[in-house]
Design a protein around this ligand. Sequence first.
Ligand code: HEC
Length: 147
Amino acid sequence: MKQFTVILCLLVVAFSCQNKAEEPVETSDNDKIVYDMYEPSEMANLMNQMYAHNLKVKQDILDGKTPTEFPMDFMKIHTAELSDFKDRNEVFESFSNVFLNAEREIFNEDSEVPVEERFNNAVNVCISCHQTECTGPIPRIQKLLIK
Ligand code: HEC
């Protein structure tokens, strides 16, 4: 059992990005050890923050409120440290720019495009970037889309 736990820990460290796709609600003792060992990177924290923020924006849109303020914190996507096992490469940088532009459009009050569509565009960029290197959270991100 001990060995199993060690292997689990290693797996969680190596694939933390994939692993977080499942809700981190863990109950048994073994799982708890694994969970405590997981130290989210600066980028992982930022991602969770972006997820939470966009969930709020989605709710506002559904409630008929117009989101007006671009969350400046999102700019940190250019500087936040990634988990050890990941490199910040050109693909990542260009997706970051596409994402920030799409996200900024949500808050563009002069846009002629319906806000639902602009919001979904941004969420689809989240998904596109994840398809390149971190597929785990995709099912969760898809739930953000406005149907
Ligand atoms: C430029 C590429 C890119 C974009 C755009 C992007 N992500 Fe990520 N996301 C990543 C990478 C890479 C990781 C893994 C970070 C790490 O482990 O350091 C990640 C991790 C995550 C995680 C898991 C965090 C954790 O706790 O391990 C969630 C949730 C997430 N992203 C949601 C989103 C949402 C929601 C958006 C859009 C609002 C988004 N991402 C946009 C690349 C991206």
